[in-house]
Design a protein around this ligand. Structure first.
Ligand code: GLN
Length: 536
């Protein structure tokens, strides 16, 4: 097993996840089997209880793991499906060590960070890597070198390197190269300092990936090479690009793949990146453009809805279309101003969410989409919102709501899942992960999926109340996807509309380059027709 460890210096948000994913993609293009692990040094057991404002979207895996959004990047770049064990947190590590101590595993010993915590870290990494059957395991260490909470991990990685040897363990350090505007010179000092910090912990990086606005100047590269003690060809420029999917290509052009393979003493056949480049070509050369409006409530942080943006890009690429995103904070959306805000919009997407804030704005947007026949996709909460809106305004069920937002509603058209009653604990207790959905023949969902049985990922506590289904369907909204026992509503459509579809599940989590989410594809396709009609 080869390990590639990606650390970050200077500041957070440098795109370590994209760097790790891109390296994985390059090695995959050489026919190697790649897996990836994300380490989050926080004490939470998993990402499930984190507000999206903290770290961005909570990504959901097939096995129901609620994990860091970087696992979404790994799945999209590597085209693999990961498990919850691929996200290691301090909560999991310490929890396991304390449990072992209670069982008597360390009887007589003082339990300490070194070696007990570091051993747990290494054991987990080894076991996940081996179970995945991969040739190379990429490990991304969250946070920034120097953070107190990531110290045990750096130490664990240092030990791993000593145990497996130079050619089996490569350190990639990502840093920032700022430009001080008046001079316009690329500054390497922060990189030097962060490498110094890393070395003080016993780790010498093999490769430096430098984030910069523009390509690194030859002089900058030389300086980094000299001061950080890495060969010139191991200083890699990660300049701004049009789409994140270009990163593997710019790395490859700088010789990173060859350098890595030599370092690891591997010589797989050259597979080439042509398929990947075809995909980028589709993104970069659109023949038309549509505007999709996303109505959420964590809009200050774009990472909160990252899988939706990526899914829309995957879909748009297949349709040779560019998507312009319009993001609206649902709390600010008022009925009266709706027309003005939606004037140039070709499609509306209401994503998932929790809690009462902003809900009326989303309901107003669903109404606007339905009444004005604007292509509409609702996901999870968006699916529930579409049902609430239809019940209020078509069935005239006054005050219809979800019992999540109004426990005393006279019409709880969305209600707690029966198995959720009495559930008090918040961690990992939702209906989670991949579940089968039966799709009714001859519907829009069936046209998009092409099959009648699908599997998609879930994350919810509430569902459509079965008591209202007959009435809703009689009024024209159809539930065209259901759980195999028929009890749970999974997809809804209004057949008389151009495109009005919503799902209880999250199709965005399984969207990949060249294999877009079918429902996001449907939305963009309908948005293209909407735009064409408008321009006629
Ligand atoms: N809050 C809703 C529920 O728990 C929707 C969840 C979501 O959108 N992920 O059912």
């Amino acid at each position: 097993m080869k390990y590639i460890i990606v650390t970050g210096g200077v500041i957070s948000g440098l795109g370590k996840g994209i760097t790790a994913s891109s390296i994985g993609r390059l090695l995959k293009s050489r026919g190697l089997n790649i897996t990836a692990i994300k380490i989050d040094p926080y004490l939470n057991f998993d990402a499930g209880t984190l507000n999206p404002f903290e770290h961005g979207e909570v990504f959901v895996l097939d096995d129901g793991g609620e994990v860091d959004l970087d696992l979404g990047h790994y799945e999209r770049f590597l085209d693999v499906s990961l498990t919850r064990d691929h996200n290691i947190t301090t909560g999991k590590i310490y929890g396991a060590v304390i449990e072992k101590e209670r069982v008597g595993h360390f009887l007589g010993k003082t339990v300490q960070i070194i070696p007990h915590i570091t051993n747990e870290i290494k054991d987990r990494i080894r076991s996940v890597a081996h179970q995945s059957g991969a040739d190379v395991c990429i490990i991304e260490l969250g946070g920034t070198i120097g953070d107190i909470e990531s110290m045990p991990y750096v130490e664990g990685m240092r030990q791993l390197h000593t145990e497996v040897g130079d050619e089996n363990c490569i350190f990639v350090h990502t840093t920032l190269i700022p430009i001080v505007s008046a001079v316009g010179e690329q500054k390497t000092k922060p990189t030097q300092h962060s490498v110094k910090e890393l070395r003080a912990l016993g780790v010498q990086p093999d490769i430096i990936v430098a984030r910069a606005e523009k390509t690194l100047d030859p002089a900058t590269r030389k300086k980094i090479s000299l001061f950080c003690d890495v060969p010139l060809e191991a200083v890699i420029s990660a300049q701004n690009v049009k789409t994140i999917y270009e990163i593997p290509v710019i790395f490859d052009e700088q010789g990173l793949t060859t350098y890595l393979l030599n370092k690891m003493k591997m010589s797989p056949p050259d597979g080439g990146l042509s398929e990947w480049k075809d995909f980028i070509g589709k993104i970069k050369n659109p023949t038309r453009c549509v505007t999709i409006c996303l109505i959420g409530k964590y809009m200050d942080l774009m990472d909160s809805y990252i899988s939706h943006f990526e899914a829309l890009k995957h879909a748009a690429a297949e349709l040779e279309t560019a998507v312009k995103f319009e993001c609206i904070e649902s709390e600010e959306l008022e009925q009266e101003k709706m027309h003005k805000r939606m004037k140039n919009v070709n499609g509306i997407l209401i994503p998932g969410g929790f809690g009462h804030r902003g809900i009326e704005g989303k309901i107003a947007a669903a109404k606007y989409a339905r009444e004005n026949d604007i292509p509409f996709l609702g996901v999870c909460l968006g699916f529930q919102v579409a049902t609430i809106e239809f019940s209020r305004n078509t069935l005239n069920l006054e005050g219809a709501n979800s019992s999540e937002f109004d426990p005393n509603t006279p019409h709880p058209v969305v209600d707690l899942l029966p198995e959720q009653r009495g559930v008090e604990r918040k961690g990992a207790t939702m209906r989670l992960g991949a579940q089968a959905v039966m799709v009714q023949s001859g519907t829009t969902a069936h046209r998009l999926y092409g099959v009648t049985e699908i599997s998609e990922r879930h994350r919810h506590r509430y569902e459509i109340n079965p008591e209202y289904i007959d009435r809703i369907e009689a009024a024209g909204m159809k539930y065209t996807g259901r759980s195999p026992d028929g009890r749970r509503m999974e997809i809804l459509e209004i057949p008389e509309k151009a495109f009005f579809v919503a799902s209880q599940f999250h199709p965005e989590f399984k969207s990949r380059p060249r294999k877009p989410s079918r429902l996001h594809f449907g939305l963009v396709e309908a948005a293209v027709s909407h735009a064409e009609k408008k321009n006629r």
